[in-house]
Design a protein around this ligand. Structure first.
Ligand code: GLU
Length: 459
């Protein structure tokens, strides 16, 4: 009799276990784009895709419901959990699959897996209220200081080389004793600046050597101008071109823009528990003004319509920035954290869930899901423009240097060949003719004028 009873009890236990095993897991989630969204009577999004992948990997069935109170999970004044964590603690759900941040207090109340997504805390605001247009010289920031210095040196050297070749080359200045030279030093500088601004101040060099230098300088100017305008264009569309509020410190030290977090969220808990004076100041201000929002959507809407900065998790804020092009996210991101799946303490599947998450991460599946749900519409606008460094254009600087050397060498060769033919005809040494030519070409202009007058008188 006793053995029959034992047999029946064992059978009932096995049957119970089997039913428990096949019973679908109750999964709770929260509606937030793009993690979980309603599509008719169905739910879809990153978290739903992740849940179905995990379910097929680990072989479990599930029923999903949206959390009743619409909260992530925090403790009330009496120490009772509410939100999705509350549902797990009370046994109303077996799993939480949502953008739920792994925190110490939550980990003490429930079991949490390894994170499936990393994020940090930042804030979101309208571009027009964040930008500061009071900087008059910001157009200079498009090129780095070394780039501006490089352009200045290139300009001075090229102008000087044009002046040099115009003096040396006989095709430019054949009779230094009688003719005036068109290319004085100041004219060379004016000519080069004319080319740099695409104005083409004449007269232009006639000698091949001068034309080589001029052509290379034109090319250099075109490349530099093209780079400047390309940088200018992306800078004009840049979110962070000249922001007055770039960090949490800037946000704390102003009182024009109101700011707040999601109520009962891990972001709020971070500011509440922080010892950093800036973050404490932010928390105290939010408490004073009760500037919290009830949902992510409300935060995004207030950021779009009001003088309001919504403080939240960067990965979610980035999606809002991609959707609404009038919004921008602050470049500063603090307190790195991760989103995890929560389950009741001692949940048997937890270890397997963590292993599966790591496998999905290592195989690139999580990256694929992220790119699937985080497609952006403002990608081009959010591209970063930084000041252009001289090293990025080192090729064109090198080409200019070669052009200058080539031009001067050609002018010297032209003069040398002229000197040789004079030396042959007058039976003088080539060197002495060359020295005389050079001294005439670089001698003082009064001496030349008087020499010219003397020659005319003799004639
Ligand atoms: N992921 C957060 C949480 O689990 C909610 C969003 C937020 O803190 O900004 O509480």
């Amino acid at each position: 009799m006793a053995s029959l009873g034992l047999l029946l009890f064992t059978a009932a236990l096995i049957a119970g276990l089997c039913t428990a095993e096949t019973q679908p897991l109750k999964v709770t989630t929260i509606t937030q784009e793009p993690y979980t969204m309603t599509k008719g009577s169905e739910l879809e999004g990153f978290c739903m895709d992740l849940l179905s992948t995990l379910a097929s990997k680990l072989g479990f069935k599930y029923d999903v419901h949206v959390v009743k109170d619409g909260k992530y999970g925090a403790k009330d004044e009496r120490g009772n959990w509410f939100g999705m964590i509350g549902e797990v603690v009370r046994g109303e759900a077996d799993l939480v699959l949502a953008p739920l941040t792994l925190t110490a207090v939550r980990e003490a109340a429930v079991d949490m897996t390894k994170p499936f997504m990393q994020t940090g805390i930042s804030f979101l605001m309208r571009k027009d209220i964040a930008s500061d247009d009071s900087q008059y010289l910001s157009f200079l920031n498009l090129f780095s200081t070394e780039m501006w210095m490089g352009i200045l040196v290139a300009y001075l050297l090229t102008s000087f080389c044009i002046y040099l070749v115009a003096r040396i080359s006989p095709s430019e200045w054949d009779q230094p004793q009688t003719e005036d030279n068109h290319f004085t030093l100041s004219h060379s500088f004016w000519y080069t600046i004319g080319a740099l601004t695409l104005q083409g101040a004449g007269p232009h060099p006639k000698a091949l050597s001068g034309r080589v230098i001029t052509a290379i300088w034109w090319m250099f100017s075109l490349v530099v101008l093209a780079c400047y305008f390309a940088n200018l264009s992306s800078w004009l569309h840049l979110d962070s071109k000249h922001l007055s509020i770039k960090s949490f410190e800037d946000l704390a030290n102003q009182n024009v823009i109101q700011y707040g977090t999601l109520k009962a969220s891990s972001t709020l808990a971070y500011f509440k528990n922080s010892n950093n004076p800036t973050y404490r100041q932010i928390y105290e201000n939010m408490e004073r003004q009760q500037s919290y929002v009830q949902s992510m959507d409300e935060g995004i809407r207030r950021a779009q319509e009001e003088n309001y900065a919504f403080i939240g998790e960067s990965v979610s804020l980035d999606l809002a920035v991609a959707r609404y092009c009038n919004l921008m996210r602050c470049p500063e991101v603090i307190s790195m954290r991760g989103y995890s799946i929560a389950a009741p303490l001692g949940f048997p599947l937890l270890k397997n869930l963590s292993v599966a998450i790591l496998q999905l991460s290592e195989s690139g599946e999580l990256d694929y899901l992220r790119s699937k749900w985080w497609a952006s519409s403002c990608v081009a606008e959010n591209a970063q423009a930084s000041s252009l460094k001289a090293s990025s254009l080192k090729g064109v600087f090198l080409l200019l240097a070669l052009g200058l050397v080539l031009g001067v060498a050609m002018a010297l060769m032209e003069l040398a060949s002229k000197s040789r033919s004079i030396a042959n005809s007058q039976r003088k040494s080539c060197c002495s003719v060359l020295t005389t030519e050079l001294s005439q070409r670089f001698g003082r202009s009064e001496e030349k004028m008087s020499a010219g007058t003397d020659e005319k008188c003799k004639a």
